[in-house]
Write a protein that binds this ligand. Structure first.
Ligand SMILES: *Cc1c(COP(=O)(O)O)cnc(C)c1O
Length: 390
């Protein structure tokens, strides 16, 4: 009997240590971690630069609240704004909270225009987190089951369809913002067409609405750019970050541009833990390490190596619907549900997960060697072949 609530079910593995892309369970068995704590451990486990920064800060000042100035928070905001081309940052503790901040900015933007009930356009297949507003913005009906009443004010349209967004503006008054993932993660590693974000940018401009990108999973270099929108000629009004930002130290950020960045004023939003010295020290170490090692380019290179590898090894395998990726977000979609693959992989010493029921999802760290990347390709391909009986 456990005193933990059952929302995660019974985990089949218990991990106790990690080093780079490798983790060890309580029986001493070693696994190659191709999931990286679900897109969090982008520098692998126990990265020395992050560990050192956290230890040093823990011995100096862990927390002081946002009643007082936090130099590392200012430095992190400077850094994120320089990298993103946006102007100001708000820090919180998770992806859901970063999206809550974005949703509140959209409400302020709408209310400023005199909208009685400002609306936000969101996508089918979207995942934005588990707090009530972020959950309401999320697409998956199963995640929302039993939690009514949800938060009002969201209009849902198909993903990767700019015309549907345009139509939603035509059909609805008082639309204040569009909230979208540049690549859908939980939705199944869905990579939209080139210029999708550019088209959304133009539609938002025509309607004085905010373009808000949920880069909680795609951000901090994972896709092969610091932020996925940097592959397109498009600057959003709001970007949300979390997952990889602290490499495991909980931190989220909502970054905004221009007038949008001025919407929060003293008293309008806040967080007790958000952006505390410990979390900011970790995030600064993450960003500096990525910069010093040019890991963003490496993420692109590794992503291409993985996808090319899978296309080769799975070329003659029937039952594969699609192999796709954007940097270190890789999805292999099967023609059938494949949840059992998680357990088969663990037996073989590999951590993966399944998104949208039928897509093997890999979110490995950017510190992989070529050999380790090839090992992931070989192991995953062998498992898929075994599973499909091919
Ligand atoms: C994981 C995720 C979230 C939620 O982040 P939490 O830290 O779990 O609240 C939001 N959006 C996207 C795109 C995510 O992948």
């Amino acid at each position: 009997m456990t005193h933990l609530m059952n929302n995660y079910g019974q985990p089949s593995l218990t991990l106790e240590a990690g080093q780079g892309p490798w983790v060890k369970d309580t029986n001493g068995k070693v696994y190659l971690d191709a999931l990286g704590g679900i897109a969090v451990c982008i520098l692998g486990h126990s990265h020395p630069a992050v560990a050192e920064a956290v230890a040093k800060q823990a011995h100096t000042l862990t927390h002081c609240s946002n009643l007082y100035g936090i130099p590392a928070q200012r430095e992190l905001a400077d850094k994120l704004c320089a990298l993103s081309g946006l102007d100001k940052a708000f820090f919180c503790n998770s992806g859901a909270e970063a999206n809550e901040a974005a949703i509140k900015l959209a409400r302020l933007h709408g209310n400023k225009q005199g909208f009685a009930t400002p609306k936000i356009i969101v996508m089918e297949g979207a995942f934005h987190g588990r707090t009530l507003a972020a959950l309401s913005a999320t697409g998956n009906p199963k995640a929302k089951e039993g939690f009514a009443p949800l938060v009002d004010g969201f209009i849902r349209v198909p993903y990767n369809n700019a015309d549907a967004v345009k139509q939603a503006f035509a059909d609805n008054s008082e639309v204040a913002a569009v909230l979208v993932e540049p690549v859908q993660g939980e939705g199944g590693v869905n990579v939209p067409d080139e210029d999708y974000l550019v088209a959304l940018r133009a539609i938002c401009d025509d309607n004085n609405a905010l373009l808000m990108l949920d880069e909680v999973q795609t951000g901090v270099g994972r896709t092969g750019a610091w932020f996925a929108y940097q592959f397109e000629d498009c600057l959003p009004d709001v970007v949300t970050l979390a997952k990889a930002l602290g490499n495991g130290m909980p931190i989220g950020a909502c970054i905004a541009k221009g007038e949008t960045a001025e919407l929060f004023q003293p008293g309008s939003h806040g967080s007790t833990f958000g952006g505390n010295p410990l979390a900011c020290a970790a995030a600064l170490a993450v960003i500096n390490t990525i910069e010093e090692n040019e890991y963003v380019d490496r993420a692109l290179e590794l992503g291409e190596r993985l996808v090319t590898g899978f296309i080769q090894t799975l070329a003659d395998t029937t039952g594969i619907k699609d192999i796709r990726g954007h940097g270190l977000m890789v999805g292999i979609e099967l023609e059938q549900p494949c949840a059992e693959l998680v357990g088969l992989a663990a037996e073989a010493g590999l951590l993966i997960n399944i998104a949208a029921g039928n897509t093997v999802r890999l979110l490995p760290p950017m510190i992989l060697t070529d050999d380790e990347a090839d090992q992931i390709v070989d192991m995953v391909s062998a498992l898929i072949k075994q599973f499909l009986g091919a």
